[in-house]
Structures are given as structure tokens and as C-alpha cells.
Design a protein around this ligand. Structure first.
Ligand code: F6R
Length: 637
């Protein structure tokens, strides 16, 4: 689906699609049309290409079109934007390898037509190579169609904030935020190269047409800045406002901060549903630093909400409506309050106790994202089950696993055990790690040892909360077990494993990570698997499914928008501390985590900041001040 552009705030045309697949298909079709049009005229088609996570679906679609629809790349000349420096062309993280793996080796492009900056160039020769790169490009008549991604700091190519609009192909230092954002491709941040070779902004702006793609919530803030705010070298992508044929192709999540979605009442007529009213009033109250009940008619008029007053009456009544909505989202009873006292307006009192099933994509998401609620559910007598969806094995460092191997060797010596088999496992594992290079993928054996470490941590956390072994389920979903960052898509086996568990437990309520901004995409796949399983069970008329409610929490990276929260579980200072200690149990994830993402805080710090922040926002809106709040949104299916 593609929505039409609203141009009042947007200075670059934005095409919005429901999904990455739809957006990528749109781009692939445009690329294919251009290639064919040029081929028909006997001309070459010069494409500027990007790497990173964003274009993977696009390249897969181009490969499909090549295989199934006979799209030929014989007349294509590809110019890539960038490459790390220094890096081996064959290293797992090299963009040279990336392009071969995702595109060039799978289509009929002539390898001599594939230009990519080379991370193996000698440093003293780089200037010469960069100038030559520009020269070849110019001789070929420039780029016909440039494909771009966008960094969360607004970079295009590796043109970091501050890059000049006149910049050309050159060696650049990478911003720390970029190194952290890209650390997920490397074992740890120290391995991410400090430099890169990138084509310049002026090179990009010379392209005849530009398509920039952005997917996911994580890109939403920078996309809004690039599209709606003033052109500035501090947000390199905003410089594309100067190009006369540039389109941003995005999914609904990346578009979510655009004014037309964030504040639809500012860009035209808007239907005042209770949710939109809540969003408008809450945002205004926070912006003005006023409690909801103190907002006046003048505030509404001054902040673009006069239309709301015209439709719904006085500020006093609207304030009350929104205040009650916020108040009624707070409950100390995530499993519903048993009959007797004031009923909670959120979960049902019956049945009591409930069977609650928490899906945790990685072995620590349960405690990080909903530890307070997890403990409350157990303490309030519910039958709480936890399903750990993936092993989480790639997030254990080699140093950490070596410590455990050393322990195991010492333990064997101490116990006088001479089990040949286990000794061999230890020997193999130790040997492998000693000789491991950055570009090596862990063996299945190392992966299972790393997985075991995380499994023990998850178990210990459950015991700490009070959950017995019978209620702990390790699903080890197969889509995750590639040993690399790149995971397989959701498969039938993943759904079957999940279906089996659901049928066994027949939960009254389910919690899952409704987090779409997970840097490796694992949370999204885990969520899709649960959704697919529930849809199938519903279609099969499993009787318990109609009474099973699904609550979504956000993973470690983000929180729900305050105006979306449907269930807010407050925490006391003691509960905050208890949750912190529960997170500490995940020692393999402490201090130095591989694949940290763009946030350098530890998980317990992120969790505490985020829960305290939600509590602060409620207080700012004029509701009771709690120490911390965990937040949930209900998913209807
Ligand atoms: C990659 C490149 C970068 C990426 C950007 C977004 O060739 O030039 O500008 O497009 O860092 O990366 P992803 O797509 O991984 O979010």
C-alpha cells in the first residue's frame, strides 16, 4: 500500500509502505524498469548501491527477478558507496563480500562492472584511488539511479554529520555512534574499523535520481529531521532536499515521527477518535510542561487543537476524558484483580489465578523489559510460565566462554574425572577459540556451550523470581541458529514448536516483545512466530484462544509512546532494586556485550532509566508519582 504525499511539512517526497517487502518491491521494480529501458536503447545503466541491513530485501527481490523474470544485469555498472578501512575483502563484515553474497554472485552482472572502494588499498595510495573512482564514474556519465540507506545519525554513505556538501570520494573517520551502531556485525566494538572510504555528498547529489530507503522505528527520528527540518550538514541526509529528483521510500514505522502521523491534526482534517484525542492532549501537556487538568482553552487554541475544541467542547471536559484514560491505564494487578476489591479496569478478574505465558526472545528480555510485572504475577499467585524463544548464543563473548571452559577443565582435574568424551569437547572448544579469527563463525559446539551459559542464567533468574523448572521452557527456535548475525526467516518448524507449547499451556494471557526496533531483527521474527501460531490456533477454533489476551512489552531498546500505553504496572523502589538484581544474574551480558547496539548503557541501566522515565511522564501529566512503571499495549487478533 502506498499513501499519497502530504507536502506541507515534508521537503522531500516520501512514499510510505506497509512493510519492508512492499517498499523493497517498489524499489526493485523501478530499478528493473530502468535497466530494461536502458538495455532496449543499447545503453549501460549506472547504479549507485548501498550496503547495510536496509537493502537486503531489495537485493533479494532483484535476485528473484533475475531468476524468475529473466531480468538481466549485463548492461549494469554498479558503483558502491563505501567500505570499511582497513578491512580484508573477504572478511565477513567487508562490504565487498556483502555485495557478492547478497547480489553480484547471484546475478549475471559482469564482475569488471562492479566498483567498490577497496579496504585493502595502501593508505598512501588511497587519495589516488579515490580520485580515480570519481574519474571512472564521470567518464561513464555519472550515476543514473543512486540507492541509499540512512544512518541513525543521518549519514548517507559514510558521510558523517559535518560532511561538506562539496565532499568527494575520500577516507573518513567513523563517528563513534556509527561504530557502535555497526558493532553488531563485529564481535565487539573494538573490532569495528575506525575509518572508511566513502563517496562524497557532492558525488551522491550528482546522481540523476536518488531513492533513499529507511525501515523500522529506529530510523523514525532522523527521517523526520531529514525530511521536515532545515537543511543542515549536521544531518547529511537533509542535504538531499537540494536534489530535484529524490524520493524517500520508507515503511510505516520509519514514517511514524512525520508530522502527518505524529500530529495529524496539524496537516489537515483528522478524525477525533479517543486515541487521537489522548495523543494530542498528552503531547501538548508534555510540551507545555503542564499537568493535563491544568490545560486551558487558550493552550488548545495556541497548539493547533482549536478544531478539537470545536468538535468536542470545552478544555475542561476533554482534559478530564484524557486524565481518566491515563489514570485507568495504571494497575498493580497485571493478572487482573481478584473479585472483592475495586476491580481493575484492565485485565479481567476471572479466572483467578491465571496461566500467564511470557515469551522472551532472548534469555534476558523477560527480566529486563518486564521484570517487575513478572515478579508481581508470580507473587500474586498466578501460574507463570516463561518461554525463551532463542538461545541467544551469539551474544556471549569468547572471553566469557573461555572463563567457563577453564572452570570446566579445572573441575575435571579436581574431581579426577577422566571422561574422554567431555575432555575432548573441552580440548576442541579451547583449541578453536585460541585460533579463532574475527571472520570465523563459531562451531556448533561453541554455540551450544555459549547457549548453555545463557540458559543457566535464565534459569537462575526464574528461580530468583520463584518459578520452578517445570514452568521454564527453552524453545531454541531454529531460525536463530545460524551462528551469524544474519538469521533465517521464520520457518514452519519455529511455528510448530511454538504451537505445541501454546497448546500445552493454554494460557489466559501472553506477554511478548512487541519490539520492532531490535537491531538484529530477532525480536521481530519472534513476534511474528507467536502471532502466526495464535492466528492458526484461532482459525482452528481452539476454545481457550478466544479468552487469551496478548500484552506487548517493548524490548531493551525502546518504550511505548506514553499516549499508547494500555497497561502501566507501577513499581516501588524495592521492586526496582529486586529487578536490578534479577538482571545482574545475566553476567554474560554485563560490562562488555557484543552487539551492544547504539546505546552504551548496560541493560539494567537502560531498564531503570526507561521505567523511571515512564513514571516521570505519568507524574508530569498530573498522575501519581511512582518510582518506576513498566508499560504494555494489548494486541487484538
Ligand atoms: C552503507 C551505507 C550506510 C548505510 C547506513 C544505514 O553502504 O552507506 O550509509 O546505508 O549506515 O545502515 P543500515 O541499513 O544497516 O541501517
Amino acid at each position: 500500500m502506498f499513501m499519497s504525499m502530504v507536502d506541507s511539512f515534508e521537503k522531500i517526497p516520501v512514499k510510505i509502505f506497509d512493510s519492508i517487502n512492499d517498499g523493497s518491491r517498489f524499489m526493485a521494480q523501478e530499478i528493473a524498469a530502468l535497466i530494461r529501458e536502458k538495455a532496449a536503447k543499447g545503453e549501460n545503466c549506472v547504479l549507485g548501491l548501498a550496503t547495510g541491513s536496509s537493502p537486503k530485501t531489495l537485493y533479494a527481490e532483484l535476485v528473484r527477478m533475475h531468476k524468475e523474470e529473466g531480468l538481466s544485469f549485463k548492461n549494469v555498472i554498479a558503483f558502491n558507496l563505501d567500505e570499511y578501512y582497513p578491512i580484508d575483502n573477504n572478511a565477513l563484515q567487508s562490504y565487498n563480500r556483502f555485495m557478492k553474497y547478497y547480489l553480484f554472485d547471484k546475478i549475471d552482472i559482469d564482475p569488471v562492472n562492479c566498483y567498490i572502494p577497496n579496504g585493502e588499498w595502501k593508505k598512501e595510495d588511497i587519495k589516488k584511488h579515490c580520485a580515480a573512482y570519481e574519474e571512472v564514474l564521470e567518464k561513464l556519465g555519472g550515476i543514473d539511479l543512486q540507492i541509499l540507506g540512512i544512518g541513525t545519525n543521518g549519514h548517507i554513505g559514510f558521510n558523517e554529520p559535518g560532511s561538506s556538501i562539496y565532499s568527494k570520494t575520500r577516507l573518513v573517520p567513523l563517528e563513534n555512534s556509527t561504530r557502535i551502531a555497526n558493532a553488531h556485525d563485529f564481535q565487539n566494538i573494538a573490532d569495528v574499523p575506525r575509518l572508511a572510504i566513502t563517496v562524497g555528498i557532492s558525488t551522491i547529489l550528482k546522481a540523476k535520481r536518488i531513492l533513499l530507503m529507511a525501515w523500522g522505528q529506529i530510523k523514525a527520528p532522523v527521517l523526520q529531521k531529514a525530511v521536515e527540518e532545515n537543511l543542515t550538514e549536521q544531518i547529511p541526509a537533509s542535504l538531499l532536499q537540494q536534489h530535484n529528483d529524490c524520493v524517500f521510500v520508507v515503511d510505516t514505522l520509519a514514517a511514524s515521527e512525520l508530522t502527518r502521523f505524529k500530529s495529524p491534526w496539524l496537516t489537515g482534517d483528522c478524525e477525533w477518535t479517543p486515541q487521537i484525542i489522548r495523543k494530542a492532549v498528552v503531547n501538548m501537556a508534555l510540551k507545555l510542561g503542564k499537568p493535563i487538568l491544568s490545560l486551558t482553552n487558550t493552550d488548545y487554541n495556541d497548539n493547533g487543537l482549536s478544531d478539537l475544541l470545536v468538535e468536542k467542547g470545552d478544555a475542561y471536559e476533554i482534559n478530564l476524558q484524557v486524565f481518566y484514560m491515563m489514570r485507568d491505564s495504571i494497575t498493580g494487578w497485571p493478572g487482573g484483580k481478584p473479585k472483592g476489591g475495586n476491580p481493575s479496569l484492565i485485565e479481567r478478574p476471572e479466572p483467578f489465578p491465571k496461566r500467564s505465558l511470557i515469551f522472551s526472545p532472548h534469555p534476558d528480555d523477560d527480566i529486563i523489559s518486564m521484570g517487575g510485572t513478572f515478579m508481581r504475577l508470580h507473587d500474586q499467585g498466578h501460574d507463570v510460565h516463561v518461554a525463551y524463544q532463542t538461545s541467544g548464543n551469539i551474544a556471549v563473548t569468547d572471553e566469557f566462554v573461555t572463563r567457563f571452559l577453564d572452570f570446566a577443565v579445572g573441575f575435571e582435574e579436581l574431581s579426577g574425572i577422566d571422561s574422554k568424551k567431555s575432555s575432548q569437547i573441552l580440548k576442541d572448544a579451547t583449541e578453536f577459540l585460541k585460533n579463532k579469527r574475527i571472520s570465523n563463525i563459531d562451531t556448533a559446539q561453541i554455540r551450544s556451550i555459549k547457549g548453555l551459559i545463557r540458559r543457566c542464567e535464565a534459569k537462575a533468574t526464574c528461580h530468583y523470581v520463584g518459578i520452578g523448572d517445570d514452568n521454564i521452557h527453552f524453545l531454541n527456535l531454529p531460525f536463530y541458529e545460524t551462528g551469524a548475525i544474519e538469521k533465517k526467516p521464520m520457518g514452519e518448524e519455529d511455528v510448530q514448536i511454538t504451537l505445541e507449547l501454546l497448546k500445552k499451556i493454554k494460557p489466559h494471557q501472553i506477554y511478548c516483545a512487541g519490539d520492532l526496533a531490535d537491531p538484529h531483527g530477532t525480536h521481530k521474527v519472534c513476534l511474528d512466530i507467536v502471532f502466526e501460531s495464535l492466528r492458526r490456533l484461532k482459525a482452528a477454533n481452539e476454545p481457550w484462544v478466544k479468552d487469551c489476551w496478548v500484552w506487548l512489552y517493548k524490548g531493551a531498546w525502546q518504550e511505548w509512546d506514553i499516549s499508547e500505553i494500555e497497561m502501566a504496572i507501577p513499581m516501588s523502589p524495592d521492586q526496582v532494586l529486586k529487578k536490578r538484581h534479577g538482571i545482574f544474574i545475566h553476567q554474560s551480558q554485563k560490562d562488555m556485550v557484543p552487539f551492544q547496539g547504539s546505546d552504551s548503557r548496560e541493560f539494567w541501566q537502560r531498564a531503570e532509566d526507561r521505567n523511571a522515565n515512564t513514571a516521570d511522564l505519568y507524574a508530569q501529566l498530573g498522575l501519581t508519582k511512582y518510582a518506576a512503571i513498566e508499560a504494555f499495549v494489548r494486541w487484538h487478533y
